[in-house]
Write a protein that binds this ligand. Structure first.
Ligand SMILES: Nc1ncnc2c1ncn2[C@@H]1O[C@H](COP(=O)(O)OP(=O)(O)O)[C@@H](O)[C@H]1O
Ligand SMILES: [Mg+2]
Length: 366
């Protein structure tokens, strides 16, 4: 395999950047690219992808279609992805043809919860207690060691709570093991957290680093309900969260936006839940409340541009519009908020259809 391409100079306005994945994150990345005078070429294996509506060019093809991938990579000056389950093979294939950021290494690491957690531990960061499990016997033994309640999570392909089950008993762990069809997993201690937060940060190709004020996040049925800034985190905790993000980004020699999801414990510790190698739902408020949004920041980073200011000019509450709630679009449009709808035709339970961000005067510096 030949080496991954590196960006030799910033991608100039008028050029094309490629996005693997066509969901709402890809859509908002393409919109941010357009504002900077860059064109977006979106590659997705679904033909009604939300990002297809707003891009300069699109390819509807499978992720193992090397002809289409080669054509796509040949049309782009720089490439990124908008979801972390992009097949590793497709990522390395395009990375040999055009600079891919974040790189295939960061992608591979975050696709595997066990590798990710081991990496976090190697950086000296705190996580919930966890054990790798690859057989029913190991699952039972791990539950004995970790105790109730625990969470069984498949190592791969989880999102929005899919591929995870809360475990209250040894029988429960065996039942979940069967439902997950023997998928290699980790068993994790369930954290009785005070609240959840996340830190969204960007690292440029020159190692420059910026971080947004961390939001407090509330999940319902494992799906993000709302994010709020400022969060209840103290100034010291905010500084600690930024240090965590920097260590992760430096450790991965990362370029682009990354998100670190945190559990804030009742005694004030920050435990890392997971890393998302991308822009994040808990950062959507940055579009309306910051000088430079997470989406523009990511485009800047992957295009080799200087990073922008992450400064927040307002307090913000971002609320997801989920499933049937989107039927009320007219009412939402009347309400006083910045409405973002993703153009998805089918409303399904739990599906993210849009979000609305409400702003208020800035009340805290963090
Ligand atoms: N160990 C845990 N303790 C308490 N809650 C958890 C734990 N792991 C996950 N959760 C809850 O489930 C949500 C989704 O889990 P996460 O591991 O982030 O998976 P994903 O976002 O990939 O679905 C978390 O944001 C949190 O609300
Ligand atoms: Mg998560």
């Amino acid at each position: 395999m030949s080496a991954a391409k590196r960006l030799s100079r910033p991608v100039a306005p008028g050029s094309t950047i490629g996005i693997l994945g066509g969901g709402q994150l890809g859509r908002m990345l393409a919109l941010a690219a357009a504002r900077l005078g860059l064109k977006a070429h979106v590659y997705c294996d679904e033909d009604d992808a939300p990002a297809f509506d707003v891009c300069h060019a699109h390819t509807f093809a499978r992720y193992d279609d090397e002809r289409s991938l080669a054509h796509f990579a040949g049309a782009c000056e720089a490439i990124t992805f908008e979801f972390e389950n992009v097949p590793a093979q497709a990522a390395s294939f395009v990375a040999e043809r055009a600079p891919l950021n974040p790189g295939a290494g960061a992608l591979a690491l975050t696709q595997d919860r066990l590798a990710e957690k081991n990496f976090l531990v190697s950086l000296g960061l705190q996580t919930p207690a966890f054990t790798a499990v690859s057989s029913p016997e190991e699952a039972r033994a791990a539950f004995g060691a970790i105790g109730a309640p625990a969470v069984l999570k498949t190592r791969r392909f989880g999102y929005d709570g899919k591929g995870q089950a809360k475990i209250a008993s040894a029988d429960g762990v065996m039942a979940a093991w069967t439902v997950f069809e023997d998928a290699p997993s980790i068993l994790e201690a369930f954290v009785d957290f005070e609240f959840e937060a996340s830190i969204i940060a960007a690292r440029g190709q020159d190692g420059d680093f910026v971080a947004y004020d961390p939001p407090q996040n509330v999940h319902e049925n494992h799906v993000l309900r709302r994010s709020r800034v400022p969060s209840p985190l103290s100034a010291a905790q905010v500084a600690q969260a930024k240090t965590i993000a920097r260590r992760v980004a430096d450790g991965l020699d990362y370029a682009g936006v990354l998100t670190v999801e945190l559990f804030v414990t009742k005694d004030g510790a920050l435990l890392v839940n997971e890393i998302a190698p991308r822009v994040h739902n808990s950062g959507h408020w940055t579009i309306d409340a910051c000088l430079v949004s997470q989406f523009e920041q990511h485009i800047r980073a992957i295009a080799g541009w200087p990073l922008g200011s992450p400064e927040r000019h307002a307090d913000a509450v971002m609320e997801n519009i989920i499933g049937e709630e989107a039927a009320d679009w007219h009412k939402l449009a009347e309400s006083c908020g910045a409405l973002h709808l993703y153009g998805k035709k089918v409303r399904r339970t739990g599906r993210k259809m849009g979000h609305i961000t409400r702003l208020g005067p800035k009340t805290a510096a963090r």
